[in-house]
Design a protein. Structure first.
Ligand code: SF4
Ligand code: SF4
Length: 416
């Protein structure tokens, strides 16, 4: 109903967005405030007009609205926060903001330096274009991002995979399927015998030109890793956008129809991440819940469930700040530090490549622009296995997200 009323009518889209913002502040809904703030900016309102709308609502509703409206001023204190459609990477002095923490991650390792033990996975982030714009996205991906990997970078990745016989290519994004050379990348990697994992968001299969995506995945025996924050609509849509849950279930059924999620080579793994400022529950227990509920409610099957901790960077960090949860979430991560996860951290056995070919220790460091050890190759074009092995991993306080509780990695808990 909201979307049908928000188009052009007697009131302009801009006026409606301002009204929506005022109501959102009044009813104190963080997600609505977020959505209408973006809508106001997109439709031409400035911060002054948005503040006036908020003041009017506050005057009518009283002090409670006034206090909750303060979150609109998240451009203060030297922070910069762009609208969701262009990314909400929080920057300070032009660089992605690193999390302040009362405890330093490197010191917490007790003097041990985190080092690579070898490379069995090349994780390639092919760009920031995505058909969704999820609240927790650490990539700041969205439909209007233009960063896309070009053929020369893809060919350099393929050459490295072939030369060093790296066993796994892990393709992520954005929605990787949306870049023009996605299918070329997958088929060429399969020709040289590389196992291919695609981080597939499910709903992209309903985009133009993707009607045969399930069959393409099946033909190439691509292993799929797909996010589904919860087996209920409300929680999933709150994080990933209205209508995403229904389309995700429809997509899972299609994948099941071509053989994904049963025994055999067509592996379909799901990802659970908390819808809020808390740590994931026990992976095995919630996998049982997901398997039972998805089967009983929708007739859907999958192979494994990975629990992943929300990393305090980009959009999720922005939400933590605005909702007043940043310090308590950081305390949770620090207090749950588990030293036995350190040896299994994913950065120790992989290298991450960005859409331009730049190398990083992991996708999170990539988003934070934390460079790889300076005296080692910096791009895929000058990759050298010997130089990359035993390199020192660049860490910062966001790394507490990988070591909390059972640990977190692209393959789920570090300690199952
Ligand atoms: S589907 Fe994935 S890449 Fe796209 S916005 Fe959501 S979290 Fe980000
Ligand atoms: S964020 Fe996690 S994977 Fe990345 S460097 Fe830190 S510990 Fe390693």
């Amino acid at each position: 109903m909201v979307s049908s009323l928000s188009g052009r009518g007697a009131l302009s889209k801009r006026e409606k967005a301002l009204i929506g913002l005022a109501v959102a502040v009044t009813v104190q809904c963080l997600y609505c405030i977020d959505a209408y703030r973006n809508s106001c900016l997109e439709n031409g309102s400035n911060m002054e007009q948005m503040a006036e709308a908020r003041h009017l609502a506050s005057a009518i509703h009283g002090c409670a609205s006034l206090i909750h409206g303060i979150q609109l001023h998240n451009a203060q204190d030297g922070f910069r926060c762009k609208s969701m459609d262009t990314g909400v990477q929080i920057t300070r002095n032009g660089k992605p903001m690193l999390l302040e923490s009362p405890v330093d991650f490197a010191e917490n390792l007790g003097g041990t330096t985190l080092r690579s033990i070898g490379i069995d996975t090349l994780q390639v982030n092919v760009g920031k274009l995505c058909n969704q714009a999820c609240k927790h996205c650490h990539v700041d991906a969205s439909p209007i991002r233009t960063e896309i990997m070009q053929r020369d970078v893809i060919d350099a990745c393929l050459a490295v995979l072939d030369k060093y016989k790296i066993t796994t290519l892990d393709i992520t994004g954005g929605a990787p399927e949306l870049i023009p050379d996605f299918r070329y990348f997958v088929t060429e990697a399969r020709k040289i015998g590389t196992k291919v994992i695609v981080r597939h968001n499910l709903t992209v299969m309903f985009e133009v030109g993707q009607a045969d995506l399930c069959e393409f995945f099946a033909e190439n025996e691509v292993e799929l890793v797909s996010s589904l924050p919860y087996f209920l609509q409300q929680q999933t849509d709150a994080q990933r956008g209205a209508g995403v849950f229904d389309r995700s279930i429809k997509a899972l059924k299609r994948l099941n129809d071509v053989g994904y999620g049963a025994c055999g080579n067509m592996v379909l793994n799901l990802v659970y991440n908390p819808v809020g400022a808390f740590l994931p529950p026990d992976q095995a227990a919630i996998e049982c819940d997901f398997k039972r509920e998805l089967k009983d409610r929708y007739g859907v099957s999958f192979n494994n469930l990975f629990t992943i901790t929300n990393m305090p960077i980009a959009r999720f960090l922005d939400w933590l700040r605005r909702s007043g949860n940043m310090e308590s979430y950081m305390d949770k991560l620090i207090n749950a530090f588990n030293p036995s996860t350190v040896s299994g951290l994913m950065c120790r056995s992989m290298v991450s490549v960005d859409w331009t070919g730049q190398l990083f220790d992991c996708d999170f460091n990539q988003m934070l622009e934390l460079p790889i050890q300076s005296d080692r190759p910096q791009t895929i074009f000058d990759f050298d296995m010997e130089a990359m092995q035993n390199r020192r991993i660049t860490t910062a306080n966001h790394c507490f997200g990988c070591t909390a509780g059972a640990g977190s990695s692209c393959g789920g808990a570090v300690q199952p």
